[in-house]
Design a protein around this ligand. Structure first.
Ligand SMILES: C[S@@+](CC[C@H](N)C(=O)[O-])C[C@H]1O[C@@H](n2cnc3c(N)ncnc32)[C@H](O)[C@@H]1O
Length: 248
């Protein structure tokens, strides 16, 4: 009994500490928060995490899937580059990353390779990619981005992506999604309880029905395809994901 009480007290203290950290963190100004998020993301984006790199490189970013003039939305620290640096199908790479604190980590990561194609990194939001000409991109990549984009901006990003993509070309993505409330009610409820704190710690990331954004593109893109996938992570409430593609 004593052991159970101590365990429950430990859990309670942990939750209170997390909430305190979250509230303190939310009080920091936006610039500082983005800086801290970039530093955290750099620590957790591990190129040696074989399960996650297998998901990125072998399930989504195979060389045959990524070709020509490539654009990545929300590059973060450049963690997809281990899959891209030696892809001889790529002619150029443009990254879109509005959190400029990520840029140093990005350049630091990619400097280890002698990458043969042109690379540029822009700091605007993917809701407005005016520097990119219409019908000029062969492949768009996006991994784990839309959860941190507030509504209704994901729709703007998908429409802007449609503008810059060449006809018949692919926009490939891997995204976190909210758990299904019917098949995984416990996980769904847990996500909803933890969401306010999760949002603060993870730069606005929420547990959202991301598939709705892609379904809404059925009248815009010629094909909308996705399938559910399970993230190889030890944390039960961030396991739900989707993998798919939009074809212009
Ligand atoms: C969770 S991180 C994922 C980073 C990386 N793609 C990965 O797979 O690890 C989400 C990224 O999306 C970026 N982001 C948020 N809003 C964005 C927007 N409107 N346009 C482009 N990128 C955005 C964030 O700055 C952050 O780097």
């Amino acid at each position: 009994m004593g052991l159970i009480l101590r365990f429950l007290f430990g859990i309670l203290s942990f939750i209170v500490a997390l909430i305190a950290i979250g509230i303190g963190y939310s009080k920091l100004d936006n610039v500082y928060r983005q800086k801290i998020f970039a530093s955290i993301l750099n620590k957790v984006s591990d190129p040696n995490d074989s399960a996650m790199m297998d998901l990125r490189c072998n399930q989504l970013l195979q060389h045959s899937n990524v070709k020509g003039h490539v654009l990545e939305i929300g590059t973060g620290t450049g963690i997809n580059f281990p899959c891209l640096h030696n892809n001889t199908n790529i002619k150029s790479y443009t990254g879109i990353e509005p959190n400029v604190n990520m840029h140093q980590y990005f350049y630091n990561l990619i400097k280890q390779w002698n990458i043969p194609y042109e690379i540029r990194l822009l700091s605007n939001s993917a809701t407005d990619m005016h520097e990119i000409e219409s019908n000029s991109i062969d492949t768009i990549i996006m991994t784990f981005v839309l959860c941190s984009v507030p509504d209704p901006l994901p729709e703007k990003i998908l429409l802007e992506a449609h503008r810059i993509l060449k006809p018949d070309r692919n926009f490939i993505f891997f995204e976190h999604v909210v758990a299904n409330s019917k098949t995984k009610p416990f996980t769904y409820r847990f996500q909803k309880i933890i969401e306010p704190l999760w949002k603060i710690i993870n730069d606005g990331c929420q547990f959202k029905p991301i598939t709705n954004y892609f379904d809404a593109m059925k009248n815009v893109y010629s094909q909308v395809q996705y399938e559910h996938s399970v993230m190889p992570v030890p944390v039960f409430f961030i396991k739900d994901a989707i993998k798919g593609k939009l074809v212009k």
